[in-house]
Design a protein around this ligand. Structure first.
Ligand SMILES: Cc1ncc(COP(=O)(O)O)c(C=O)c1O
Length: 383
């Protein structure tokens, strides 16, 4: 007889955040306890020890994306990295280069940064997406003009999981002489990324989306790229991000990147298999379900589904033992309707009938079987 190991509630919200990988916690612990030194203390071994750990972590982050370690700046997370990417690049350019391009389905922190720049006199083009969630490359090409300094297009969308063709976008930006930033918070460690092969100049990274700790992230800045710091202070991180680094957090991000480099293929296979299992189980019993976003260009750890005729807030409430969401954690905090689903052409009713299911490294087959049964039952009850 097999032992029932299912533990409730089941976490299926991996885009909001991921559990800390136990290997990451092990790596962090010494830097929360005996190795507590300030990594910027240059006169004694406590400082050197912490600095050594931070620099080793920087190498692990760099190596995952094909960068060199002096191109990695630690930040508090992708929100800060995205603010620095957009504002820092915009501020570093002369007034004649006051135009940036981004996409309507970017994370709120990119869009809010872009709107803040508009308030300061910059011009911003917000590209539409097609019904599959992908941008039209011709539209991007024609939006670039003599005034454009930066194109910012996210790698994997946090609400619907579609992945943009970074290689093609990067090549276009390079050819047209504009910088290319990508918010890769949902992509790093999940899909292969290489800053040189993809001509990426600036990239945002978040620790807690890749089984690392919250409160730490990084920004990759290609050597020679002008970017103005947003924080004034002690000049740490090559002057780009003042403030004392948190060694345990840096070590955690580094370890999470190291693990991702090793486990990416296995994780991807595991996640894709579970995701397809769940999707097929649901589709086999319900005919009012649709997967949102491209079938082909996607990270399978994100299933955003519309159940026609079902109110998703009631569905999420009925799925008591299963943690899923009706949208991004940020927009659920403000109870705003999903602008991402609206951008792919959903009506208000369709937006309100959609849920996001996030599958990750720690998800088990047993959890997926349980989730499938319960989702089907609850949707049937609400239909
Ligand atoms: C695509 C994307 N960008 C940026 C962020 C913000 O990341 P952080 O929580 O590290 O500030 C998130 C988190 O929800 C995200 O999904």
């Amino acid at each position: 007889m097999t032992k029932n190991t299912l533990k409730l509630p089941i976490y299926l919200d991996y885009q909001a955040t991921t559990p800390l990988d136990p290997r990451v916690l092990d790596a962090m612990m010494p830097y929360l306890t005996e190795h507590f030194g300030n990594p910027h203390s240059v006169e004694h071994s406590f400082g050197w020890r912490a600095e050594g750990a931070v620099e080793a972590a920087r190498k692990q982050v760099a190596s995952l994306i094909g960068a060199s370690e002096d191109e990695i700046i630690f930040t508090s997370g992708a929100t800060e990295s995205n603010n620095l990417a957009l504002k820092g690049v915009a501020f570093a350019h002369p007034p004649a280069k006051n135009h940036i391009i981004t996409v309507k389905t970017e994370h709120e922190c990119v869009l809010a940064s872009a709107r803040a720049l508009e308030g300061m006199g910059f011009t911003v083009t917000y590209l539409d997406v097609c019904s599959d969630g992908l941008i039209d490359l011709d539209e991007l090409a024609s939006a670039i003009n003599d005034k454009t300094s930066l194109v910012s297009v996210m790698a994997v969308n946090n609400e619907i999981g579609v992945s943009q063709d970074l290689g093609v976008i990067g090549a276009l930006c390079r050819e047209r002489g504009v910088l290319f930033h990508t918010d890769a918070a949902q992509a790093v460690g999940k899909i292969p990324l290489n800053v040189d092969e993809m001509n990426i100049d600036v990239m945002s990274i978040s620790g807690h989306k890749i089984y690392g700790p919250k409160g730490i992230g990084a920004i990759y800045v290609r050597k020679g790229t002008s970017i103005l710091p947003l924080l004034d202070g002690g000049g740490q991180e090559q002057g780009m991000r003042s403030g004392t680094l948190a060694p345990a957090q840096c070590v955690g991000l580094g370890k999470a990147c190291g693990i991702a480099a090793q486990d990416m293929e296995g994780d991807e296979e595991h996640i894709r298999a579970l995701s397809l299992k769940l999707l097929n189980a649901i589709k086999s019993k319900l005919n009012n379900v649709r997967l949102n976003g491209s079938d082909d260009c996607r990270f399978w750890g994100n299933l955003n589904l519309t159940f026609d005729g079902v109110k998703s807030d009631l569905l999420v409430a009925d799925l008591k033992d299963i943690a899923v969401s009706t949208g991004s954690a940020c927009s659920s905090a403000t109870q705003k309707s999903s602008y991402v689903l609206e951008a792919i052409g959903h009506t208000r009713e369709e937006v309100d009938a959609s849920i996001r299911i996030g599958i990750g490294r720690m998800t088990t087959e047993e959890e997926i079987d349980y989730a499938a049964q319960h989702i089907i039952k609850c949707v049937q009850n609400l239909s």
